[in-house]
Design a protein around this ligand. Sequence first.
Ligand code: NAD
Length: 273
Amino acid sequence: MDAQVLEKLDAAPSLAGRVAIITGSTSGIGLGVARALAAAGADIVINGFGDHDEIDYTCAEIERDTGARVDYDDANLMDPAAAAGLVTSTIRGFGRLDILVNNAGIQFVSPVEEFPAEKWDAILALNLSAAFHTSKAAFAAMKEQGYGRIINVASAHALVASPFKSAYVAAKHGVLGLTKVLALEGAEHGITANAICPGYVWTPLVENQIGATAEARGISREAVIRDVLLAAQPTRRFAETDEIGALAVFLAGPDARSITGTALPVDGGWTAH
Ligand code: NAD
C-alpha cells in the first residue's frame, strides 16, 4: 500500500463503518459512551427515557459534532420483547450491528429486610436480564459478520459488595457471569464480551441514591459523599463519563480483539483494597 493510502487509513476514525447500540444512553455514562463511539466514527442508536425534545436536541448535536448517523429508540428494556426488538430494528435499519453496549441500569438502596420485592424484580430485569435479551438477539448477526463487541457496563459492585444494595450487587455479579459466558461462546466468531466496572461516576443514578444511603446509614448527605462514596475510591474523585467512553472505544476496536471475558475496573483503586 502506498504512503498516501496508509496516511488516509491512519486518519480514519477507528470505528468508521461500525454500528453501535448503547442502552440507557439518554443520560450519564451511556450518553458519554454514545458520544465517544460516535466521535470514533460509529453510527449509533441512543436508547432510554427522558424529555423527547431534549433527546432530539442531543441526537442532532452528536450528529453535527461527529458526522455520525444517530437514531433514537425508546424501547423499555424491562420488557424482554422490547429489548430484543431494539436489536432487531437496529439491524433492519442499519443493515448490521457491531457494538452492543448494555448500560441501562437503576439502583435502589435499602436494608435487606425492608427491600421491596418489586424493586428486586425491577433491578434484576433491567440491570441483568435486559443484557441477556439484547445479547441473545445480537449474537447471530455478529457471528455472521465475524465481528462483534459486547460491552457490559457492570460496576465495581460486580466484584465487591456494599451493604443495602442486595439487588444491585446480585445483578452486577450476574452481568459479569453472563459476560464470561458470551466471551466463551463468541471466541471463535470474532465476538468479544467484556465488563467495564466503574466505581462512582457522578450521574443522576448516584445523585439519587445519596438521600436513601444517608437514611439507611443514619448520616448526612455530605457524610455519604465524603465517608461512603469517595472513601471507597483511593483517588478521592468521581470518575468522568468520558473516561468510561474512552475505554469503550478501545474495547470496540480491532486492537482489543484478544481482550475478552474480562472485568475492567475504572474505580480509582477501589477494588485494589
Ligand atoms: P443514569 O441514571 O444517568 O442513566 C440511566 C439510563 O438508563 C438513562 O438513560 C435512563 O433513561 C435509562 N433507563 C432507565 N430505565 C430504563 C428502561 N426501563 N429501559 C431503557 N432505558 C432505561 O445512570 P448512570 O449512572 O449513567 O448508570 C449507567 C450504568 O452504569 C448503570 O448500569 C449503572 O449501574 C452503571 N454504573 C454507574 C455507576 C455510577 O457511579 N454512576 C457506577 C458503576 C456502574
